[in-house]
Design a protein around this ligand. Sequence first.
Ligand code: ATP
Ligand code: TYD
Length: 242
Amino acid sequence: MASNWTGELIYEGKAKRVYRVDNEFLVMEFKDEVTAFDGARKEHAPGKGRLAAAQTAFLMGLLGRHGIRNHLVDWDGDRKILVRELRMIPIEVIVRNYAYGSFLKRMPLMKPMTKFSKPLVEFHLKSDELHDPLITTDDIIEAGLAGQEQLNEIISIALRVNEILSDYMVSRGLMLVDFKLEFGFDKSNNLVLADELSGDTMRVLINGRHLDKELFRKGASAMDLVKSYEEMNKILGVPLNT
Ligand code: ATP
Ligand code: TYD
């Protein structure tokens, strides 16, 4: 069932189109596209938008029930979610449970998939041009993107999100390797979790096999990725409709 939510297109990114509904709400439409390597590899992926929107709605709902304030208002049962508009902080917050991906590139002394003694939280500047460079908390504060107290709160929310998601994944026989979060401020200046939580932004394994976008990064077709997102949704118990 597609929604009647309408609005002016205000932004088109790699994964989503963003529409303004009014001065409070946005609609995010997940595209049937998959991209990797900062957009250098791109393929049409029929069905992916709906599966990623469903994952996001389901996981944001789960986090909301555990007290994590987030931007989700509703899902249309198809490719769109209705969210609260935020003043976004242009950083990506990455939480890692196991050594993988860009972590291994900067720290090749560790073996792939080593479990960290505690989850790592790191910050990257959102910039495709610069390939989302790792930045320090001092960088963020000096650039005026967030203050120390806000960063402390972001770290504590990110770690709590990790606990909730990891516990849920483990209960379903899955392993959460790492994931990316984005945050923004609402009109009362509360920190709010935003953007998406899907196979595009998390690495999730079943018996050592990726169910996430890593498949596409490693050469799988867009069709195979869509099949894998279907499998992930089934295992997670993500409903197909609202
Ligand atoms: P880009 O294409 O800009 O490099 P992207 O591929 O991550 O980035 P998309 O995910 O396609 O972008 O588009 C979604 C955009 O909406 C992102 O820029 C994200 O930061 C922003 N966004 C997410 N949630 C909210 C929100 N609640 N309010 C305002 N903006 C949001
Ligand atoms: P990371 O290992 O830093 O990057 P790469 O994909 O280059 O190896 O990624 C850590 C996690 O964050 C992974 O689950 C994918 C997610 N992520 C995004 O969703 N968007 C991004 O732009 C980046 C850099 C990572």
